[in-house]
Design a protein around this ligand. Structure first.
Ligand code: ACO
Length: 321
């Protein structure tokens, strides 16, 4: 497949740590419950910085590693559930901050956003329309949670991650799905103050989720997606060198891991430090694994995410840096 290669990665998380013990001071929960049910020990939360600040920092780090200047970018795709603005798109805000001059837009596929963006970018490369692309995934989950609801506020964190793509053929397979469902997971928007609206809604933005429904969906869809993408790429489980799953719940990852037959030492996780950062999760993890020097030229990676929508995305890639 004529697609792209990853030239550089970057990430940025806020410095403020919120531990499970901190949360136990706010809602009826405990470090024991959270860590055994989810694998999360702490998460990062925005205090003084904006989400845009994180995204710009992650993008600059990826550009620096790729040795690509912002002026060379042909496209910016930003993935987010909600940026700092409804308009302009965060892609445009980041373009301005970086001093780039290419087209830019936002894409919302919830936690699967980064993998969806890889697929969109692949289309641009396939028709020869771009040479250098920035994908930046940014999420301020802390600003969409009900901090009195123990069943959701313990699960999420804030962060941003970015990749710079160049011409290549390292996307070996990609599989996306969507199954419309508002009951399992949703964050309704605020409708504003139109005087014509008959029903005035003053409720703040708030995430609600049927945890067990999402859990079952996640395990089965990860297994289906990874098997399909491995088959498309002609890979057997032993030939997969690195697995980076969406960091939503360690028990989801372990359940999928048991069913997939990929050796346990291929899995990378950082959920204990950041919780679920939605679409930023896989790309923050990719940046950490890359910067730790764990990825060798020619190795294969499986990236897999799932989330609101309900959506899923799985990509099989070769590493060529
Ligand atoms: N501390 C203590 N007790 C809690 C907490 C908490 N933080 N949260 C829930 N409980 C209680 C419940 O009230 C319930 O009590 P009860 O039995 O007295 O009614 C009990 O724990 C069990 O609750 P369950 O919801 O059955 O717990 P479960 O084992 O299913 O774990 C969890 C809940 C962690 C949410 C799990 O279902 C899960 O991870 N689901 C998937 C979530 C997910 O992946 N979401 C991300 C989607 S990504 C996106 O798009 C944003």
């Amino acid at each position: 497949m004529n697609s792209f290669t990853i030239l550089g990665t970057g990430s940025s998380v806020p410095p403020h740590r919120v531990t499970n013990d901190d949360l136990a001071q706010m809602v009826d929960t405990s470090d024991e419950w959270i860590s055994t049910r989810t694998g999360i020990r702490e998460r990062r939360v925005l205090t003084t910085q904006t989400l845009t600040d994180l995204a710009v920092e992650a993008s600059r780090r990826a550009l620096e590693q790729a040795q690509v200047s912002p002026k060379e970018l042909d496209l910016i795709i930003c993935t987010t559930l909600r940026g700092d603005y409804l308009t302009p798109a965060e892609g445009c805000v980041i373009q301005e901050e970086l001093g780039a001059s290419c087209p830019a837009f936002d894409l919302n596929a919830a936690c699967s956003g980064f993998v969806y963006a890889l697929d969109v970018a692949a289309g641009y490369y396939a028709r020869g329309a771009v040479k250098k692309v920035l994908i930046v995934s940014m999420e301020a989950m802390s600003q969409m949670l009900d901090w009195t609801d123990r069943s959701t506020c313990v699960l999420f964190g804030d962060g941003a991650g970015a990749v710079v793509l160049g011409e290549g053929d390292d996307l070996l397979a990609i599989a996306l799905t969507a199954k419309g469902n508002r009951e399992a997971l949703s964050i309704p928007h605020i409708h504003g103050h139109s005087p014509f609206l008959e029903k005035k809604e003053a409720a703040p933005i708030r995430l609600s989720m049927q945890g067990q429904e999402v859990y079952k969906f996640a395990v089965s869809s990860i297994c289906r997606g990874v098997k399909k993408a491995m088959a498309q790429a002609g890979l057997t489980p032993e030939k997969v060198d690195h697995v980076l799953f969406h960091q939503a719940n360690m028990r989801i990852i372990e359940a999928a891991q048991k069913r997939l037959g990929i050796p346990d030492d291929r899995y990378h996780n950082n959920i204990d430090q950041y919780g679920n950062t939605s679409s930023a999760s896989v790309v923050i993890l990719l940046d950490e694994v890359n910067r730790a020097g764990l990825l060798k030229r020619g190795e294969t990676l499986v990236l897999c995410a799932f989330g609101g929508g309900l959506t899923t995305g799985t990509a099989v890639m070769r590493w060529s840096r």
